[in-house]
Write a protein that binds this ligand. Sequence first.
Ligand SMILES: Nc1nc2c(c(=O)[nH]1)N[C@H]1C(S)=C(S)[C@@H](COP(=O)(O)OP(=O)(O)OC[C@H]3O[C@@H](n4cnc5c(=O)[nH]c(N)nc54)[C@H](O)[C@@H]3O)O[C@H]1N2
Ligand SMILES: Nc1nc2c(c(=O)[nH]1)N[C@H]1C(S)=C(S)[C@@H](COP(=O)(O)OP(=O)(O)OC[C@H]3O[C@@H](n4cnc5c(=O)[nH]c(N)nc54)[C@H](O)[C@@H]3O)O[C@H]1N2
Ligand SMILES: [Mo]
Length: 770
Amino acid sequence: MTEKPPVDDVTDDDIEIGPPRDWAAGVPGVLHSMEPAIKQLGLARTVKLMTSLNQKDGFDCMSCAWPDPHHRKVAEFCENGAKAVTWEANPVLVPDTFWAEHSISDLLNKSEYWLGMQGRLTKPVHKPVGSDHYHEVSWREAFDIMATKLRSLASPDEASFYTSGRTSNEAAFIYQLFVRAFGTNNLPDCSNMCHESTSLAMAEVVGIGKSTIAYDDFEQADLIIILGQNPGTNHPRMLTALEDAKRKGATIVAVNPLPEAGLRRYKNPQVPRGIVGRGTNIADQFVQIRLGGDMALLQAVAKRVLEAEDAAPGTVLDHEFLAEHTVGLDAFREHIAQVDDDEVLLATGLDRAEIDELADRYLSSDRVIITWAMGITQHRKAVDTIKEIINLLLLRGNIGKPGAGASPIRGHSNVQGDRTMGIWEQVSDEFLDALQKEFRFDPPREHGVDALKGIKAMQDGRIRFWMGMGGNLVAAISDTQLAEAAMRGTDMTVQVSTKLNRSHAVVGAEALILPTMGRTEIDIQKSGPQFVSVEDTVCAVHGSHGQVPPVAPDLLSEIAIVSRLAQATLGDRADLEIDWQAFEDDYDTLRDHISRVVPGFERYSERVRSRDGFVLPNGPRDSRTFPTKAGKAIITVNDLEHVERPEGRLLLQTLRSHDQYNTTIYSLNDRYRGIKKGREVVFINPDDLTELGLVDGQRVDVFTEWTDDVERVLRDYRVVAYPTARGCAAAYFPEANVLVPLDSAAIGSNTPVSKAVLVRVVPAAVPSVV
Ligand SMILES: Nc1nc2c(c(=O)[nH]1)N[C@H]1C(S)=C(S)[C@@H](COP(=O)(O)OP(=O)(O)OC[C@H]3O[C@@H](n4cnc5c(=O)[nH]c(N)nc54)[C@H](O)[C@@H]3O)O[C@H]1N2
Ligand SMILES: Nc1nc2c(c(=O)[nH]1)N[C@H]1C(S)=C(S)[C@@H](COP(=O)(O)OP(=O)(O)OC[C@H]3O[C@@H](n4cnc5c(=O)[nH]c(N)nc54)[C@H](O)[C@@H]3O)O[C@H]1N2
Ligand SMILES: [Mo]
């Protein structure tokens, strides 16, 4: 029943470049989503999976954290969700002979695409010290190897336990419990590279690091401003919500250096109008900003709002709201009055008229939502920029009323839930107190390492053991060369994974791969079939029920893996009374504990069984309660800073193509941007090309300009003339991570600055023949 995995790796040799699209989804979207699924899964498995995807008794799509509407359609999924499901549920297996045939050095030379296409991992494998091969081991041997290593460490802080955001609430909870019972808060996660800036900024100024809106708010909004986000590719079902909002009268503004397809025109595959028509024009205004210019734009709009208030006192600001619910307005007013218009124009690359137009839209709308994603969070001043988003919303009372609010759009499907469950190196004392009370042990109190600090601790030899619950850290983190060297310096690395990726080839002296079940699969334990649960980007928690038999009989769930690892490592610790086996046998046991430890999860097992799940309490959204240090929402003063760009240099962002999921590459195509069969491209504005003396299609080397003397370069990339903002360039992540310096991180959140790398683009030293 299984297709043979591809033997040959892919190259960019046949790359084709065409014009970018200005519309997204529509019929080709649906066809694209179904074809590969039917081919790879077979018709029966495809129908079973696609008709239960995001349905009330089905499973939660693992592609992104976009919420589900109350009224779901028969096909409540998008093209990219279908790709994610097909990728996981495709019953092609890594064959038993694979490990003898492929050394680890051999895997190092393969692309992420090739690695992912080898099929699902089915058996635990071990690489002993000194060996260049993995070989099969039993589950018991695998846990003994890990436990022996963990118990031999000089301190629990020599171990670090990473999480990627696909892990369910239940698995996340048992994982952090094990890690803290073991004795460390070293719990970095993908959030450190993603929405950390959001969590930090919002927790400080509104008291909660999450969205302040519910799903239904979209259709009640007058204005939706989308900053630094590409929903057509990364949250395609958001386009339906935007289209609905538009039909109910909302205006939409997209702020982006790139004219992204879905933000311009959208053909909804779910309705006849989308199939035959031209589609909906989504953005009423496209603000083509320079990379890193958003803080200046937000301050400039705030300035216009305050000037309007000065011109007609008492009519523009929401004085009642400001007086009752906020602090800091006076200092803000004073500060914003000083904003230098010339600096704003330089930082944003915009005309005054474009900023005026946006300000007018803001002023004429009673209900405003601002959404954002990586275009905002992955900048040096990301935390302050997000505080400016909140400032702007607060001025006119746009938080805590219907159709208004701040809505970070999360990435991984349960990255938000993992945080709620305690996957955080800096979790609050309240959370640790609750854990202590429930499980009667003293959790460590000192903060642990985040993703970047974890790499540095490996560099310095302070971290000897590294475990990844999902994910692909060496590919996802910045400064690939340095990060990989750090990982290789450890004593042991362990990956819990569904499929092969680069992190299985960049390993410590000893290494393990533990295969696990995916979300699509039926999970049967001692007490019967189990389900797990997740939290979406608007704080709704619901169940996810596997639908198809696991691809192989030996797979363990993530929960079973942690339960057994905990028993092997901590089983003889007399001070711990935790019944790890009970968690594996019945996930309700875990949910019972969660209901007593995590606020908002009371009667968890019962409420999550209701068809809609439940929505977590949210002070700002529900009652305009802002649990900050001041007890009110805090309007902040943030010094304007923009990225200087010396002449002859470009600012480069790293982003996702349409056919990838983070480090997982589904194909080498990026349909909406006109790229086929290749990824080694750098997008540059045609006028900048002329200025730099380069031409479309030319082969170039891209060098990072940074303060140290490490050479960071992408060699022999192909230039694509593209309508991005002036002075800006773009290349695909994860390949472009070699360019992002480890020390280039957002102030406060320590998120790699993946969206503003200062680069020099020069003709390739050794161009390949084209
Ligand atoms: N199919 C698919 N879905 C995904 C993912 C995936 O890889 N594939 N990844 C998931 C994850 S983990 C995440 S975090 C999200 C990511 O979702 P996005 O944040 O949409 O992902 P990126 O591709 O990084 O796109 C960043 C967008 O911000 C713009 N941008 C960059 N810099 C700036 C700036 O300075 N200012 C402004 N205003 N805009 C800027 C870019 O041009 C681009 O449109 O998607 C999630 N969903
Ligand atoms: N330059 C640059 N770097 C970036 C970004 C960027 O925009 N630019 N974006 C950042 C962002 S937003 C994020 S979120 C991170 C992502 O960082 P990660 O979350 O670490 O990376 P992923 O590529 O999502 O992880 C994919 C792997 O997860 C495993 N996997 C898939 N499903 C499951 C499952 O159900 N269980 C388990 N145990 N494993 C599973 C598979 O083995 C797969 O290879 O990357 C960050 N890095
Ligand atoms: Mo993310």
